[in-house]
Write a new protein. Structure first.
Length: 444
């Protein structure tokens, strides 16, 4: 035994062999506790913070928005309901290339939209009334009894079609005029009332889109859980509207800047879930090729899964992190950081049987630990040392990276040197059992 392996030979190996069942159970218990912690993950309850709380930039955006608005009603989310837009084709290549000046996004309009149809006009006005009259309990609507902000001396919702009807003072009946005359009257309306220009989309002489606008009783920068309630209510209103609306005003949708933030939060959760679902099969394939053994690859994947679960459970359940942009990035990185130690030890366990001719799982465990254990431990300690410098960074992303890096390394050392090796010494394949059989090339 080499001098630098004496500690492993005299202390580590006897300890693991003696308590291999208990150590396996300990790993399972910690993993289960990690699962409980993951259930505490929550979406952002305030804007993403990139600086410490005592930094001058920490609450700059929030303070700027809330304290320097031009009116009290501007503290509430602005929502637009629009007709005529079916989809938007994004110029993805230009966006990824950073070619901002040459973005070529294309709006796909609904050719069936025709608000000169009197039934379509009445349907749009009905949508205004559905929003204005939609009641909700005080808890859901944050102290109000309606989802739309009540009229004040300085604010009133914009029901464009109803306002157009009130403005209209020509002798002909709106129900009887053709689309040409209607478009001319609508153009005159927006010309005399420029505030309505953004709501009436004239393109090549035709009205391609139309919109109304309301402030909700939802405050800006509200947490995602509150935003979700309003989105659900609007989905119900759209469903109710669509059930009776004419084909000429069927393509209705709604949007708000505050809904975009919520959509981002939902996307982050989906991205992490999808990323992990894609990553683990790849990890299993890599481990299978590296270890050359089905059973050992399976044990290793379980160990890596427990590493990821334990780390994420700790940061979300104990530290209290919320799932933001930084967390979604580093959550996927955990998997890559977790593979390293398990793959080296698993590979040497297989080498013990294939190359060294060792048969028993205890002997293979002994060989893997003596050949790779000190290297794995040294690699973990140097990575911990590197991660320690991240704790001094002012940008919170790097601080979180430091936390994730050190936690991942600590959990990786435990689940590779303790859990995985205990499982291998207890239940690992003996001899060449479950080894991959590669085709051999023999010279004729």
């Amino acid at each position: 035994v080499d001098t630098h392996n004496r500690t492993f030979e005299n202390y580590y190996i006897p300890f693991v062999l003696k308590y291999k069942k208990a150590l396996t159970g300990l790993g399972l218990v910690i993993g289960i506790l990690g699962m409980v912690g993951i259930t505490q993950v929550s979406q952002l309850t305030k804007p993403e913070q990139w600086f410490p709380t005592d930094h001058s930039q920490a609450n700059f955006i929030e303070d700027l928005v809330l304290e320097y608005l031009s009116g009290e009603e501007e503290e509430y989310a602005l929502m637009t309901v629009f007709w005529g837009v079916d989809d938007i084709e994004r110029d993805i290549p230009s966006r990824y290339a950073g070619d901002i000046e040459n973005y070529d996004d294309k709006v796909i309009f609904d050719d069936a939209l025709d608000i000169s149809d009197y039934d379509a006009q009445l349907a749009i006005i009905e949508m205004c009334e559905l929003i204005e009259n939609r009641s909700c309990d005080l808890e859901t609507c944050l102290g109000f009894t309606t989802i739309a902000l009540p009229e004040t001396a300085t604010y009133n919702g914009t029901c464009t079609m109803r306002d157009f009807h009130e403005w209209y003072n020509f002798t002909e009946d709106l129900e009887d005029i053709n689309s040409t005359v209607f478009n001319a009257r609508m153009l005159q309306f927006v010309t005399e009332n420029p505030d309505y220009i953004p709501h009436v989309g004239f393109i090549d002489g035709r009205i391609k889109f139309f919109s109304i606008e309301y402030r909700l009783t939802l405050t800006i920068l509200a947490p995602g859980t509150d935003v979700e309630l309003y989105i659900d209510i609007m989905d119900e209103i759209v469903k109710e509207y669509s059930a009776n609306s004419p084909a000429t005003a069927k393509s209705v949708n709604f949007a708000s800047e505050d809904f975009v933030e919520y959509s981002l939060e939902v996307s982050l959760v989906e991205t992490v879930t999808r990323g992990l679902a894609i990553t683990f099969p790849i990890v299993f394939a890599v481990l299978l090729l590296a270890t050359g053994n089905w059973i050992l690859a399976g044990f290793s994947v379980v160990a890596i899964a427990f590493i990821v679960i334990t780390v994420m459970g700790f940061v979300f359940g104990v530290i209290g992190w919320e799932l933001g942009i930084a967390e979604s990035i580093v959550s996927i990185m955990i998997v890559g950081l977790s593979v390293d130690y398990a793959i080296h030890l698993g590979h040497m366990y297989t080498v013990a049987g294939n190359t060294e001719g060792l048969k028993s799982r205890e002997d293979k465990f002994h060989y893997a630990v003596l050949t790779m254990g000190p290297t794995v431990l040294a690699g973990g300690l140097t990575t911990l040392g590197a991660g320690a410098f991240l704790f001094g960074a002012q940008i919170t992303f790097f601080g979180k990276m430091g936390v994730l890096l050190t936690l991942t390394v600590c959990c990786s050392l435990f689940y590779s040197l303790i859990f995985l090796m205990a499982v291998a010494a207890w239940l690992g394949p003996e001899g060449t059992t479950a080894n991959l059989k590669y085709p051999s090339c023999k010279k004729e």
